[in-house]
Design a binder for this molecule. Sequence first.
Ligand SMILES: Nc1nc2c(c(=O)[nH]1)N[C@H]1C(S)=C(S)[C@@H](COP(=O)(O)O)O[C@H]1N2
Ligand SMILES: [Mo]
Length: 212
Amino acid sequence: MRTPYIDKKPSSLRYYQEGPPESHDSINMNEWALKVFLSHEAEPILIAFDDLKNIKPITESRRVVCVCNWSIRRNWTGVLLEDLLGYLGINVTKYRSRNLRQVSLGTNKEIYDSTISLNNALENRAMIVWAVDGEHLTLEEGYPIRLIDFSLYRYKGVKCLSELYFTDEFELGFWEKKAGYSKEGKIKAKRYRIVDLQEHRFINGTGEVTDF
Ligand SMILES: Nc1nc2c(c(=O)[nH]1)N[C@H]1C(S)=C(S)[C@@H](COP(=O)(O)O)O[C@H]1N2
Ligand SMILES: [Mo]
């Protein structure tokens, strides 16, 4: 299950702008729940960690790509966003045109957020992930859960995900505001450093990388 050359992967801490939670104990997983807001006004739907893990867990080997020119294929364990919404009884067709805003638990410094197209995320089999390479996500990797849309750059997926909002507006996220990255976050066609292969390869920019 171990990703080849994992020791060559850029540091997760470097890619954690607001910083991870202080310790595992700083989040009480008996009380923790993912909050899903169907609109900003409504009370959220809460889903406990154990319930989330029992919906329909899958493990898939899938490639992620960072806007900083590197990529890695790893074994992600989680649940499809589509299966989560189905489990919560959310009528997916009703929300198809909308966006999904992800918000991290955050630290006293700041929070990290990112908005993605719900339609695109469902079509591309986006996942809510809690383990990688057979091990639970570390604090740096996004414990307890993170969302990944593999058709987009990694900055579009929030580590330590706490809240999901169905929104009409497509709000600018953390990196779009700070660094001016595109808010769509589509993977661009160019050469990337492929960490798990230890070589450079061209990625054609048509979405999730599936050829290698
Ligand atoms: N909460 C939070 N999520 C985040 C980030 C962040 O700074 N904070 N960085 C993003 C970016 S730019 C990358 S490359 C990946 C890094 O994930 P990794 O720790 O698996 O390398 O997390 C993404 N999700
Ligand atoms: Mo990134």
